[in-house]
Design a protein around this ligand. Structure first.
Ligand SMILES: Cc1cc2nc3c(=O)[nH]c(=O)nc-3n(C[C@H](O)[C@H](O)[C@H](O)COP(=O)(O)OP(=O)(O)OC[C@H]3O[C@@H](n4cnc5c(N)ncnc54)[C@H](O)[C@@H]3O)c2cc1C
Length: 431
């Protein structure tokens, strides 16, 4: 692939050249042009043009030495960190915004570099609660602007060493002081971007193991009492995840996004866009891996034939392609419906609709994560040694696709949520 840095070239020049970002984008666009609206398609192509220019201008190789965090400011300046909102309160007014445009943004970024796209997704998890609860407090607006314009990555601190799936029974405490500030004590872990972030959003509780006493805080990582160490996740070696220790870290009043008693509600309100974003990431990975495998299978010859022509290859690729296309269309429909409702109810989607969306978000997160693992593995498998060596982004896809089922609530937790929804639906339906 032009620009790709590798130890030893394993794939021939002709095929490597055909893996260009331009060709992979073309494959995606030819698949999606009939289902995207003109606005969606134009925005997708706009972000793609930026990524292609950026890759070329900066001679990005996607090799192991590059720091993906170096690219954040440039993407932030273009408004490509998130398009879930238009952020007019920060004097930023995007033309294309909502979940569907954000799907387009992520498709383009993920094909450019999947680990970079995932890091951006984690920043969005810090952006959303500040967006929801800035209340026009200047320091919160400053943090929000820093995050959306790429001045700093962001991180969300929910998980603790002893509390993962059980996120509402936290051990990190917050103790109110006479001046209204809080002291935080405890440890968080696996927080994507935290070692690189100036701003993070953290949960803590006024009483350990009591979900009703949770609060939510905006934190400046330069404060005294905040310590961060890097946790290495070998499947995403370019991402910096943190283990953070709070030792009597003081959070001034104006940084409290949700007071004691509000934390749990704030945690849940962000779950639909968070899970949909992970589903979007999963589907973007499917397209990235498929683009490689389809190009390869059309060029690679064995037994004097393009391998696509052997049923074992062509039929498996068709199966992966059909599933990827279908889930993409379903997810896009959900995003469009969400955006319509967001506009209709001016951001205050009624609770009964929100409730139904929680189940859909779990369904998509569950399905897309599972599909990504399968499509990325099988696509690499269809490329033989070429899918496993370091000459292309395929090994990034293979590795990153294996963590999608854990982030944002594991497979079993999504199944648990869905089974509870089936109980509710039964009660609503059967008299
Ligand atoms: C790459 C990566 C990025 C991450 N980014 C962030 C981040 O930015 N911010 C953040 O706060 N966290 C983040 N996390 C943490 C992630 O959300 C947790 O790892 C996840 O919620 C699972 O928690 P755990 O690791 O403690 O596993 P556990 O909760 O201990 O789960 C272990 C196993 O038990 C199963 N299990 C647990 N409870 C049940 C149950 N009730 N029923 C059935 N099965 C169950 C789980 O499905 C899993 O298979 C990240 C993790 C990774 C790996």
């Amino acid at each position: 692939m032009p620009g790709k840095k590798f130890e030893v070239q394993a794939i021939n020049d002709e095929i490597l050249e055909k893996f260009s970002l331009k060709n992979r984008y073309n494959f995606l666009n030819n698949n999606l042009m009939s289902i995207l609206s003109p606005n969606e398609f134009n925005f997708l192509k706009e972000v793609q043009r930026f990524c292609m220019r950026f890759e070329k201008k900066n001679e990005i190789t996607h090799g192991p030495d590059e720091d993906i965090y170096d690219w954040v400011p440039a993407f932030g300046e273009q408004g490509y960190i998130t398009r879930q909102h238009n952020f007019e309160m920060c004097d930023v007014n995007y033309e294309h915004w909502g979940l569907a445009p954000d799907f387009m943004r992520n498709l383009a970024l993920d094909m450019f570099d999947p680990q970079f796209a995932m890091g951006g997704g984690a920043t969005v998890l810090a952006i959303n609660p500040v967006y929801e609860h800035h209340e026009h407090v200047p320091i919160r607006l400053e943090a929000l602007k820093d995050l959306i314009t790429g001045k700093s990555p962001g991180a969300i601190l929910i998980t603790e060493p002893e509390r993962g799936s059980d996120a509402v029974h936290q051990l990190t405490t917050c103790t109110e002081q006479s001046d209204g500030s809080f002291l935080l004590n405890g440890t968080k872990i696996y927080n994507t971007n935290a070692p690189k972030s100036k701003w993070v959003v953290s949960y803590a509780t006024a009483e350990q193991n009591n979900g009703n006493m949770m609060a939510q805080f905006l934190v400046n990582t330069n404060w005294e009492g905040f310590k961060v160490e890097r946790v290495n996740i070998p499947w995403v070696p370019k991402l910096f995840l943190g283990k953070e220790t709070f030792t009597n870290m003081r959070v001034p009043k104006e940084y409290i996004l949700g007071s004691v008693g509000k934390g749990r509600e704030h945690l849940f309100e962000g779950l639909v866009p968070e899970r949909i974003s992970i589903a979007i990431m999963g589907m973007s990975e499917c397209w990235g891996a498929l683009a490689h495998a389809v190009i390869y299978a059309n060029l690679r010859k064995q037994f004097d034939q393009e391998i696509l022509k052997f049923q074992g290859v062509g039929f498996l690729l068709s199966d992966l392609w059909a599933q990827t296309t279908n889930v993409t269309i379903g997810l896009l429909k959900f995003c469009e419906a969400y955006d319509e409702k967001f506009e209709k109810f001016q951001g205050n989607i009624p609770n009964n609709i929100k409730q139904a969306m929680v189940a859909s978000a779990s369904q998509f997160k569950y399905h897309a994560a599972k599909l990504s693992r399968k499509v990325c593995y099988e696509s690499a498998n269809l490329m033989g040694g070429a899918g496993l060596c370091d000459n292309t982004l395929m090994h990034d896809y293979l590795n990153i696709s294996r963590i999608q089922e854990i982030v944002g609530g594991s497979r079993q937790i999504q199944q648990y949520i869905m089974s509870l929804s089936l109980r509710t639906l039964y009660k609503m339906s059967v008299s």
